[in-house]
Design a protein around this ligand. Structure first.
Ligand code: ZN
Length: 231
């Protein structure tokens, strides 16, 4: 028995990942169509009705879509999210979020045998007032597993590095090349926000963070797998 992890989608058109073991199946973000999520869960031998919980990083549509919210509601899946994200989603989808089992969540919670910790990321705009990153830890057959999950952050501080130390699997945003962003034809305001401390993480900053996490980790199995997200 082991802890399994799969990214179903990553990028501006949708983000969704799944962590599962024999007892528990946890979804992280649900920013794709319901059809896409169901099809890709099925490919892994998983069923939406068997999801134990969903954790939502923030309210941008590519992390929680209307269709994704509908899927969680239809299958009665508890949604763990920051209370500010609940407000953001309420503004966007109205009573739809009220119909779901929503659990305002901050700091940590145990979902069966998976211990989930949250931490603050740096990602805000007019539609998003709070963004979380997560770590998922589990002990199976006397072996410890830790997955660090951080997409959508404008910068990384020492508190975030500390949270991600000793992750066996690390998912970290690596959003843009600074020069390419600068030379792109995107609107000026979008470029300015993307490169700001509340926008997205540059490839250079992601690389620095990965090196710092590796250097400070004591486990020989740290950063065995690193996924660059939201490219
Ligand atoms: Zn975002």
């Amino acid at each position: 028995m082991s802890l399994n992890f799969c990214i179903l989608a990553s990028g501006s058109s949708g983000n969704c990942s799944v962590i599962w073991d024999k007892k528990t199946t946890v979804l992280i973000d649900c920013g794709c169509s319901s059809k896409y999520v169901v099809e890709n869960l099925n490919k892994l031998g998983l069923l939406p009705k068997n999801l134990t919980a969903a954790f939502i990083t923030h309210a941008h549509t590519d992390h929680l879509s209307a269709s994704g919210l509908g899927l969680l509601w239809k299958n009665n899946i508890p949604i763990y999210l920051h209370e500010d994200s609940y407000e953001d989603i309420y503004k966007k989808y109205g009573s739809k979020i009220e119909e779901c089992v929503s659990i305002p969540f901050y700091k940590n919670v145990e979902i069966q045998n998976i211990f989930v910790e949250s931490f603050d990321a740096y990602h805000k705009d007019a539609n998003v007032s709070h963004t979380l990153g997560f770590t998922f830890s589990s002990t199976l057959n006397a072996r410890k597993y830790k997955i660090g999950y951080l997409t959508d952050t404008g910068k990384i501080c020492s508190a975030i590095i500390k949270k991600l130390i000793n992750s066996n699997i690390l998912v970290i945003e690596s959003n843009y090349n600074t020069m390419m962003l600068d030379l792109s034809f995107r609107p000026y305001d979008n470029k300015k926000w993307t490169a700001s401390s509340w926008g997205h993480l540059s490839n250079e900053d992601a690389a620095d963070a990965i090196c710092a996490i590796k250097q400070l980790s004591t486990s020989k199995d740290s950063l065995k797998y690193v996924f660059l997200a939201h490219i």
